[in-house]
Design a protein around this ligand. Structure first.
Ligand SMILES: C[C@@]1(CC(=O)O)C2=NC(=C\c3[nH]c(c(CCC(=O)O)c3CC(=O)O)Cc3[nH]c(c(CC(=O)O)c3CCC(=O)O)/C=C3\N/C(=C\2)[C@@H](CCC(=O)O)[C@]3(C)CC(=O)O)/[C@H]1CCC(=O)O
Ligand SMILES: NC(=O)c1ccc[n+]([C@@H]2O[C@H](COP(=O)([O-])OP(=O)(O)OC[C@H]3O[C@@H](n4cnc5c(N)ncnc54)[C@H](O)[C@@H]3O)[C@@H](O)[C@H]2O)c1
Length: 215
């Protein structure tokens, strides 16, 4: 299995099942998609801004929901394996991606896994374990968040400086070497870790050492 990125902005994500898993998926996709959760009851958890609809569809009614709402992704998170299977079939038949939360292992094309995800500004890190240990995925996600705090700022700053170097006509090779030096620099990582320090200036200094004066 290979991870790919998908932009759900202005798309609908339809979740069946209002338990803790349905709630977690609703919160996850709510960051950019319009999320609808269909379930006869809802766990005492946050569902983000998702629209909650109280209903207990059977396979045919679930297919109608998919037909009506035209989701980019359907999440099958009920506690009924046969219904989850039917929901997956209904999604596939209507060209929607599907995330089955109750199975691991091999999947057909269009059946996707949701990895544990770190987001910091423009940086995304996804962790999966081939379904063997989701708890480990979660743990690795938490460790990454703690150990690499500030990566979003580093991506943003190096992105800006890359644009400046381009505008100055710095050659692609020189640019690559300078940006690589910056993201590997201990000084830069120390600055990211020190509240109040001027990361942009430290990155600029490291780049200057490679390309001549930027400031
Ligand atoms: C990463 C994360 C993303 C998310 O869901 O947002 C995610 N599961 C998370 C947590 C978690 N899930 C489970 C536990 C209990 C401990 C344990 O059993 O390990 C914990 C930990 C906890 O709750 O603390 C149990 C579990 N999970 C699945 C099954 C079914 C099965 O395996 O058959 C069962 C057994 C149910 C049972 O036995 O009844 C299935 C899937 N879960 C996946 C993702 C996909 C594989 C990802 C991978 O390859 O690692 C996959 C295949 C499908 C999918 O859902 O896409 C999220 C952490 C979010 C975060 O970062 O905080
Ligand atoms: N992917 C994961 O990380 C993960 C973790 C734990 C469990 N699971 C699996 O995911 C499933 C859901 O987990 P959970 O802890 O949220 O379970 P849960 O039993 O707490 O919740 C299931 C929800 O589905 C709803 N439901 C029942 N019939 C429905 C219908 N016809 N239409 C819509 N909703 C219906 C229930 O009312 C309930 O809200 C479990 O069956 C388990 O196999 C996955």
């Amino acid at each position: 299995m290979l991870p790919l990125m998908h932009d759900f902005t202005d798309e609908t994500v339809l979740v069946f099942g209002g338990g803790p898993v349905g709630a977690r998926k609703a919160r996850r996709f709510d960051r950019e998609a319009d999320v609808i959760v269909v379930s006869p009851d809802f766990a005492d958890r946050g569902f983000g801004d998702a629209e909650r609809v109280r209903a207990a569809p059977d396979a045919a009614a679930a297919a109608d929901w998919i037909e009506r709402t035209r989701p980019a992704l359907v999440v099958a998170a009920t506690d009924d394996a046969a219904l989850n299977e039917a929901i997956a079939d209904g999604a596939r038949e209507r060209g929607a991606l599907v995330n089955r939360t109750d199975v691991d292992g091999d999947r057909e094309v269009g059946s996707v896994v949701v990895p544990a995800t770190v987001r910091d500004g423009p940086v995304t890190v996804a962790v999966a374990t081939g379904g063997t240990s989701p708890a480990l995925s979660k743990h690795l996600r938490e460790r990454f968040e703690t150990e690499f705090a500030g990566v979003g700022e580093l991506a943003a700053v190096t992105g800006e400086l890359r644009t400046e170097l381009k505008a100055r006509g710095v050659s692609p090779t020189e640019r690559r070497d300078a940006i690589r030096a910056a993201v590997r620099s201990h000084r830069v990582w120390k600055a990211l870790d020190s509240p109040g320090s001027n990361t942009r200036q430290v990155v600029t200094d490291v780049i200057d050492e490679h390309t001549g004066d930027l400031s």
